[in-house]
Design a protein around this ligand. Structure first.
Ligand SMILES: [Fe+2]
Length: 395
């Protein structure tokens, strides 16, 4: 029997990515008219309304005879009831499409509202696939104003149920935005520390999808390109926040990494970082950045060649060394890269009391991350997760 190097896969990247300065101003109205839509529901947060960004976009739409209804109640980690209120407004106002403007939370909410207005019942009915998303949602455009999440090209929405204190995933191909507008002007005012943490999140998306058990030659190409772009541009963007070119490359790299992990999945960095965010409120990008070198060190043995590829992006001279020697350098290369953008090396800055019980609970939560543990390149055991947490939670 003939053996193929890659197992069977199908690979669909349906989002039209529009990139460029002023692309929102110049292309958004045209795209809406092309789709024959005239009354858009905008999912956003109060901060962007206050900053005047939403008004500049809606004024431009009005000039082009497109009506807009602004729902600005999006909070960090959008709650199920907020989704339901958004859906009620969408229906009351007879909107005919949805635009998400903001960070991951706005995109989560927009996707979830899309599910509710095109299906019966409550958004929580659709958590973890309990009820299937069987119908197309309304036309969805995404305008990310932060970097990192990649949600503008992925099929996932995360909704919080505050009554049980849990986040739930609602995922289906219908949730993938039709068009994503990557306009560097949207991220120009982000603080540099925010950009460094979220750019490292995008770097983790790229590294984890490159080494995922579901990686394919298609996602490999996307992941490697995103890693190169972040390595080449993050230091410049951090050193000079007015460097719009470097900021633009980071913004685009984040979307490319999103395309990669949307297909290939993530791994143990995310499994371990989610509990740190849920329990200690650590920003997602910071938690990932601290965990990344340690998880890579753990995973190294699973795919020496691929980790060597990544190391050579950070230090091209390693092309002269063999794969094993090169891969062994990756821990140090990643540690100095995150340190160069002032990310702490461990969680000691939190000043928390770390006991065996604390680490045990975190490890249980990490092992329960059904979305990321199965795609990690190395089979994960709880005792290994305990060891990783013990390195980044010094006593
Ligand atoms: Fe992430």
């Amino acid at each position: 029997m003939v053996m193929l190097q890659n197992q069977n896969f199908s690979s669909c990247l349906p989002t039209n990515v529009q990139f460029g300065l002023d692309i929102v101003k110049n292309e958004l109205p045209r795209e809406i008219r092309l789709a024959n839509k005239s009354r858009v529901f905008i999912a956003t947060d109060a901060g962007l309304v206050k900053a005047g960004l939403i008004e500049s976009i809606t004024t431009n739409l009005t000039k082009n005879e497109i009506e807009s209804v602004v729902f600005s109640e999006v909070e960090p980690n959008p709650q199920a009831e907020t989704v339901m209120r958004g859906a009620t407004l969408y229906n009351q106002e007879s909107c005919d499409m949805i635009i998400a403007i903001g960070g991951g939370s706005s995109m989560d909410l927009a996707k979830a509202v899309g599910v509710v207005v095109s299906h019966s019942g409550h958004i929580l009915d659709y958590r973890r696939g309990e009820k299937a998303v069987t119908n197309p949602i309304p036309l969805l455009f995404a305008i990310p104003t932060t970097v990192g999440t990649g949600s503008e090209v992925t099929a996932v929405a995360v909704v919080t149920d505050p009554t049980v204190g849990r986040k739930y995933v609602v995922a289906a191909p219908y949730l993938i935005p039709e068009t994503a507008f990557i306009d560097p002007l949207m991220t120009a005012t982000l603080p540099k520390h925010h950009v460094s943490a979220t750019a490292i999140d995008a770097l983790v998306h790229a590294i984890e999808s490159y080494t995922s058990v579901r990686a394919t030659p298609i996602t490999d190409g996307l992941a490697l390109q995103a890693i190169r772009m972040i390595k080449e541009n993050l230091p410049a963007s951090y050193a000079n926040p007015n460097n719009l070119e470097a900021r633009a490359q980071i913004h685009l790299a984040s979307t490319i990494a999103g395309m990669s992990f949307g297909l290939a999945g993530l791994g143990l960095v995310h499994s371990c970082s989610h509990p740190m965010s849920a329990v200690y409120n650590v920003a997602h990008g910071v938690a990932n950045a601290i965990l990344l070198p340690h998880v890579v060190e753990y995973n190294l043995i699973s795919n020496i060649k691929k980790y060597a590829d990544i190391a050579r992006i950070f230090q091209p001279e390693l092309v002269l060394k063999d794969d094993q020697t090169t891969a062994n350098e990756l821990f140090g290369l990643l540690t100095s890269f995150t340190a160069s953008v002032d990310i702490p090396k461990d969680f000691s800055y939190l000043g928390i009391e770390v006991t065996d019980d604390v680490i045990d609970r975190l490890a249980n939560d990490a092992m329960d991350d059904k979305g990321t543990i199965p795609t990690n390149p190395r089979k994960v055991y709880k005792e290994d997760v305990v060891k990783i947490y013990s390195k980044v939670l010094p006593r």
